[in-house]
Design a protein around this ligand. Structure first.
Ligand SMILES: *Cc1c(COP(=O)(O)O)cnc(C)c1O
Length: 368
């Protein structure tokens, strides 16, 4: 790979293929694979990622919002797309663009049915979400009769799947809670199946659920973070490859004397003679202010250079006193060696937040 000459997010599609195949190797051959490509495929690029996964024969996609699904359709993605958190204002668009809604409460169920009827739909595929403990979105287990009574009064929709979401699938200490979620979901499914004469698919596991709860794979699994290279544990991180590398360059080097300050609010003051590098990457690019003042670091010539002072909108300054480097040299913010997970930890956050924050201003480059 040529050295970075500006701030770029490199996306390694071979790593994506590796992760997809690794996660698939954990499944029975009949279990379907849904790729979660919400939030620009976790900060990378939803269209390129979805096209690539579609070529690899992934079964399904999921996005959070309708506009994300529309963008995939505009780009020629033809596989089914589940919209996890649609708003009724977009239900007509859902139908026009062949997206499939998650229906999670009485209000959205009734509104979707009424739009589907108005649009003369017959058996339009929908997915019913149940809350089994996350307490975020979803019907309660005792809503099954209500849902079925609504479904029996219309030809406009058909339930393609029932699903739920685990709250702590990465946490071994919450195993009992997770097993309880799984058994509640099974009970809901049984109640549902006993009252309709077809069998919707079941799905409940995210990446950590795929890895830790094979008994909960059911008909399909939903993976996001694992595809992008993080397994939420040291053990699984070793089996996956981060697909994204954030790289930049040194724009300018300053030599400063003891007592001189660096950046806004004079937040850093040199303890002696020091060398600093200014890098074209700031909080508007997704490196938040919480990484400033000695917490976050970048890697230059294999060595850590810590961010000094406050993160600016378009720049950070790092301490390179002990690093032999020059203006124009490459800077690694994160890659497969210096992981986004490790950088995220310096600011008490998680890989998900750091990678989904890389703003659209940063150029995406794809390695095929
Ligand atoms: C985001 C999301 C996922 C993906 O979770 P990962 O931990 O990234 O694998 C799966 N299901 C639902 C409902 C989600 O919102």
């Amino acid at each position: 790979m040529p050295k970075a000459q500006e701030t770029v997010l490199e996306i390694d599609l071979k790593a994506l293929k590796h992760n997809f195949e690794y996660l698939q190797s954990k499944l029975d051959s009949s279990t379907k694979f849904l790729a979660v490509v919400k939030a620009f495929a976790y900060g990378s690029d939803a269209v390129e990622i979805a096209k690539y996964l579609q070529d690899l024969q992934v079964d399904y996609f999921a996005v959070a919002y309708v506009n994300e699904g529309v963008a995939l359709r505009d780009a020629g993605i033809t596989k089914p797309i589940l919209v996890l958190h649609p708003q009724p204002i977009h239900f007509k668009t859902i139908i026009e663009r062949c997206l499939e809604p998650s229906l999670y409460n009485a209000k959205v169920l009734n509104e979707f049915i009424s739009v589907a009827e108005k649009e003369n739909q017959n058996n339009y595929p929908v997915h019913i979400k149940f809350n089994t403990g996350l307490n975020r979105l979803g019907f309660w287990e005792n809503d099954v009769d209500y849902i079925i009574s609504k479904l029996q009064n219309t030809q406009s929709v058909i339930v393609k799947s029932l699903f739920s979401h685990l709250a702590a699938s990465e946490d071994e200490n919450e195993k009992e809670f997770t097993l309880n979620q799984i058994s509640r979901f099974k009970k809901i499914a049984e109640a549902f199946f006993s009252k309709v004469n077809y069998r919707p698919w079941l799905h409940m596991t995210n990446t950590s659920g795929i890895l830790n709860y094979p008994e909960a794979h059911f008909d399909m699994v939903r993976s996001g973070i694992g595809l992008y290279g993080f397994g939420n544990s040291d053990k699984e991180n070793k089996n996956l490859k981060p697909i994204a590398s954030l790289k930049s360059i040194i724009s300018q080097i300053h030599m400063i004397e003891k007592g001189e300050s660096v950046g806004y609010n004079r937040a850093y003051k040199a303890l002696g003679f020091e060398k600093t590098a200014t890098i074209p990457l700031g909080h508007a690019d997704g490196i938040g202010r919480q990484y400033g003042n000695g917490k976050g670091f970048v890697t230059i010539k294999g060595k850590h250079a810590y961010i000094i002072g406050n993160v600016c909108m378009d720049m950070i300054m790092v301490n390179i006193t002990d690093i032999d480097c020059k203006e124009g040299d490459e800077v690694v913010v994160f890659d497969s060696y210096s992981s986004a997970e490790a950088l995220a930890q310096t600011a008490n956050t998680i890989s998900y937040e750091l990678i989904t924050s890389i703003s659209q201003r940063v150029k995406r480059v794809f390695l095929k």
